[in-house]
Design a protein around this ligand. Structure first.
Ligand code: PMP
Length: 460
């Protein structure tokens, strides 16, 4: 019997509030309101415990790239569980799913990114990266190259390492982050921080902060720069076109390792297998997770270039997770990659749905509340503003308008997330143009209702 249908919603909510500690959740509000309980899903649609159907504009948490309900993945998991449910990859052992998946990723990844260190999640993979780049430089005889440069308002996970690489002030305020040896520069967020500069000039200026930081620290002390090709959890911040080429020039010039955190942008989100290909950048390491298994199993990893992998292989790397390369997760990831390739899902994003979304989404920019409506591949965002011309923020607590809008999206059976006062989507890559139209209709209705609400309550 399905576990989820055994109790009425109110009872499930009461048990949830009593016993379940949620990640990134305002607990007071949750206890009062009760969690929305999702029971089933198919394609791009979720069903909750009351039988309400919603369009999932967020692909779960940016991860269900192939959409829900693909039984082939369930069968791959069941097959692998029967054959070999677990074995580790420590101490000179291996197994077929981890070997096959590593080889497949080496084939899909660009250039000389031919080696994979598996983890259970994106956070863990970024923790691996911290140790990997430091160990690389130590083995190269430059142990003082330890500092990693990252960006404010980046998201790289929630472990001590991942949270420290990330630049989320609210996370750093709790529990002693960032750990030493990680420093942050500003993000390339033109709409919010670019003032009177052109996007082009602003992109160069923000990339220039990387060079300034390297010189301030001394290039001989810098191990790596880490960044998401497009910031996801920061609010779907799409960098100006000038940004990445200049970053690439700087890391090349100073011999700094480049880590592209592809946890969101990997596996088709930007219309290429990896976001780095979409921006023409050449990372030494790519962090992957989420779309690697379309979220059907927890798995992540670091895809590492020949040079770094060969140097690190000179000594034992005293690092690893019980579930590094978990056979069931690896088997599911392989099946997911097969579907992405055989059904040409990545090509379809690039050729069909991304251009369609770009056009449909930008039509929202005529809404009085919308300051910018931007997309890249199948990730998109809106900046809510009381004054388009000045790109001003609201007079109330930041995030209030975004939260109100998110609640209206829910009421219109659309999952759209807010990050402060930016509204964001990243739907499953199998979304059709018809569903995109429906998503935009619902978003527009929610924006109208938000505007009416803000006027009614005298909030703008
Ligand atoms: N990096 C990026 C860019 C992410 O978006 C996320 C998750 N949202 C992570 C790392 C962390 O991944 P996980 O939640 O699987 O640990």
């Amino acid at each position: 019997m399905p576990l989820t249908n055994t109790l009425p919603t109110a009872d499930l909510q009461a048990l949830d509030a009593a016993h379940h500690m949620h990640p990134f959740t305002a607990n007071g509000a949750l206890a009062e309101k009760g969690a929305r309980i999702i029971t089933r899903a198919d394609g791009v649609r979720l069903t909750d415990s009351e039988g309400v159907e919603l369009i999932d504009g967020m692909a779960g948490l940016w991860c269900v790239n192939i959409g829900y309900g693909r039984h082939e993945l369930a069968e791959a998991a069941a097959r692998q569980m029967r054959e070999l449910p677990f074995y580790n990859t420590f101490f000179q052992t291996s197994h077929v799913p981890a070997i096959t998946l590593a080889a497949k990723l080496a084939e899909l990844a660009p250039d000389n990114l031919n080696h994979v260190f598996f983890a259970g999640s994106g956070s863990e993979a970024n923790d691996t990266n911290i140790r990997l780049v430091r160990q690389y430089w130590a083995l190269k005889g430059q142990p003082e190259r330890r500092t990693i440069i990252a960006r404010r308002n980046a998201y790289h996970g929630s472990t001590m390492g991942g949270g420290s690489l990330g630049g989320m002030a609210a996370m750093h305020a709790q529990g002693g982050m960032p750990i030493p040896g990680i420093v942050h520069i500003d993000q390339p967020y033109w709409w919010g921080e670019g003032g009177d500069t052109t996007p082009e000039a602003f992109g160069l200026e923000r990339a220039g902060q990387l060079e300034a930081k390297i010189l301030e620290l001394g290039p001989e002390n810098v191990a790596a720069f880490i960044a998401e090709p497009v910031q996801g959890a920061g609010g779907v911040i799409i960098p100006p076109e000038s940004y990445w080429p200049e970053v690439q020039r700087i890391v090349d010039q100073y011999g700094i390792l480049l880590i592209a955190d592809e946890v969101i942008t990997g596996f088709g989100r930007l219309g290429h297998w990896f976001g780095s290909q979409s921006y023409g950048i050449r990372p030494h390491i790519m962090t992957v997770a989420k779309g690697l298994s379309s979220g059907y199993q927890p798995i992540g990893g670091s895809i590492v270039c020949d040079e770094v992998a060969q140097v690190v292989a000179q000594d034992e790397f005293n690092h690893g997770y019980t579930y590094s390369g978990h056979p069931v997760a690896a088997a599911v990831a392989l099946e997911n990659l097969r579907i992405l390739a055989e059904e040409r899902i990545v090509d379809r994003v690039r050729e069909t749905t991304a251009p369609y979304l770009a056009q449909a989404w930008s039509s929202l920019s005529d809404h009085p509340l919308v300051g910018e409506a931007v997309s890249r591949g199948l990730m998109a965002s809106l900046a809510l503003t009381p004054d388009k011309a000045s790109r001003a923020g609201f007079a109330m607590e930041p995030g209030t308008a975004g939260y109100i809008c998110r609640e209206y999206c829910f009421a219109n059976n659309l999952v759209m997330r807010h990050v402060g006062d930016r509204m964001i989507i990243a739907p499953p890559l199998v979304i059709t143009n018809v569903d995109i139209d429906m998503l935009i209709d619902r978003a527009r209705r929610a924006l109208d209702q938000t505007l009416a609400h803000l006027h009614r309550d005298g909030l703008m």
